[in-house]
Design a protein around this ligand. Structure first.
Ligand SMILES: Cc1ncc(COP(=O)(O)O)c(C=O)c1O
Length: 410
């Protein structure tokens, strides 16, 4: 294990990347956003273990930021992908697996009468907004302040390169705050096309909040009263909390929903599901992409969803998340350190008390990484079906080293 990160393969790749890739890398994976000592480049992954380019191995609690849900290189998923690859992937049109996957999703997700496929979460959320506007003939879309829905001009967090026209019909409300949602709906004055909400509040760097059922019912009621679409952005949480869509946990059904990340265990795929009220609009919009009908990720998705159903993936991830949660609580108490754990057990966040700039959280992560576990200081983490109790216990041993490092900071 190299001690000197400056002379590592990772450091060398970063230097080369800075010459040929603006900023060395885009978005959240830019080195500037990584905790101290974190690798930027990875060599391989299997199950819930990641290996970086310098040969360090970690128990992974980020799961490729969500796509890995069954385990890296899961045998039944890779076998299905390989079988399809032997037949064809991107062809002049889709393979039969497109229909099989669509039937699978419509059978699994109670609000869904139909679905469309894309590649990324941004494709899916953007298609939902376009379908809602086509279906209602209206323009305004209500978005929770601070919610992430992707990297298109209507929703990207950076305003660089975005025009005011791109955002002209976006109005804001506060997540879980029914009066602010009501006020935003009134401000839309008869021009309301959609309310878009994430499965729970997962804004970077602040405590996660589960959806308040009253807030969710209120959003549903506003959409029912106005004919606007309730869009559930389930890109991040989909297939981890509930296989029928994350708001099945609170009994509120959207009109349209966006999925990606976990749907194909790391193969590139996204989906929009919708009900019959928006079927005609989904037929009329023009949406497509060169790779959107590729058959390999769809075969991977069919296998992923079958395995998640077979083993009740959400229940397994919940159990592993609960083991992690209670272990972290016990360790923090033993070290006399105040932490806050929030979010659903399958997608937890750990924040330290009195840590507005995540300095303690970053020190915890740096030390835990050195001890063999990949935590994140301010983004929600992800459990997977590949995590077994022994993996959680290894992560907790590493967390012990993390808490010790924080305790030394006084
Ligand atoms: C809730 C949510 N919506 C949309 C997106 C965008 O997905 P993608 O990065 O695949 O475009 C993300 C990505 O993290 C997300 O978490």
């Amino acid at each position: 294990m190299p001690q000197d990160r400056a002379n590592s393969i990772d450091a060398d790749l970063r230097t080369r990347a800075r010459n040929v890739i603006p900023g060395g890398l885009w978005g959240h994976l830019n080195a500037a956003n990584l905790p101290e000592g974190y690798p930027q480049f990875f060599a391989s992954a299997e199950g819930c273990r990641l290996r970086d380019v310098d040969g360090r191995e970690f128990v992974d609690l980020m799961c490729a930021w969500g796509p890995m849900v069954l385990g890296y290189r899961h045998p039944s998923v890779e076998e299905a992908a390989h079988r399809q690859a032997e037949q064809g992937d991107a062809m002049n049109g889709p393979g039969p697996v497109l229909v099989e996957l669509a039937e699978t999703l419509v059978g699994m997700i109670p609000h869904a009468d139909w679905c469309l496929f894309e590649k990324n979460g941004t494709d899916a959320t953007t298609a939902c907004v376009t379908i809602a506007r086509a279906g209602t003939g209206r323009r305004k879309v209500l978005v929770a302040r601070g919610s992430y829905h992707g990297a298109a001009p209507w929703c990207t967090p950076s305003l660089a390169g975005v025009t005011t026209e791109d955002r002209a019909h976006i109005l804001h409300f506060d997540y879980n705050d029914a009066p602010s949602l009501q006020a935003a709906a009134e401000a839309a004055k008869g021009d309301l096309a959609a309310v878009i909400v994430t499965a729970f509040r997962h804004d970077m760097g602040r405590d996660l909040e589960l959806p308040d059922p009253d807030f969710a019912r209120n959003a549903r009621a506003i959409c029912d009263a106005t004919g606007a679409a309730l869009i559930l952005d389930d890109v991040r949480a989909g297939f981890r909390l509930h296989l029928g869509g994350s708001w099945e946990t609170i009994g509120v059904r959207p009109d349209l929903a966006a999925y990606s990340k976990a749907i194909a265990n790391g193969h590139a795929l996204a989906a929009v599901t919708g009900n019959d009220a928006f079927r005609d609009a989904a037929t009329r919009i023009y949406t497509t992409g060169s790779f959107w009908c590729a058959a390999v990720p769809m075969a991977a998705a069919v296998a992923t969803l079958a395995e998640l159903r077979r083993m009740d993936g959400p229940a397994h991830m919940r159990a592993m998340g609960e083991r992690l949660h209670s272990g972290l609580d016990a360790l923090a108490a033993r070290h006399g350190i105040g932490i806050r754990q929030s979010g659903p057990p399958q997608m937890p966040l750990v924040l330290f008390d009195d840590d507005p700039d995540w300095r303690l959280g970053s020190a915890f992560c740096a030390a835990a990484l050195r001890a063999g576990a990949y935590f994140h200081p301010k983004h929600n983490m992800f459990l997977s079906c590949a995590h077994a109790p022994a993996d959680i216990d290894l992560a907790l041993q590493a967390a012990d080293a993390g808490f010790a490092a924080v305790a030394r900071m006084g």
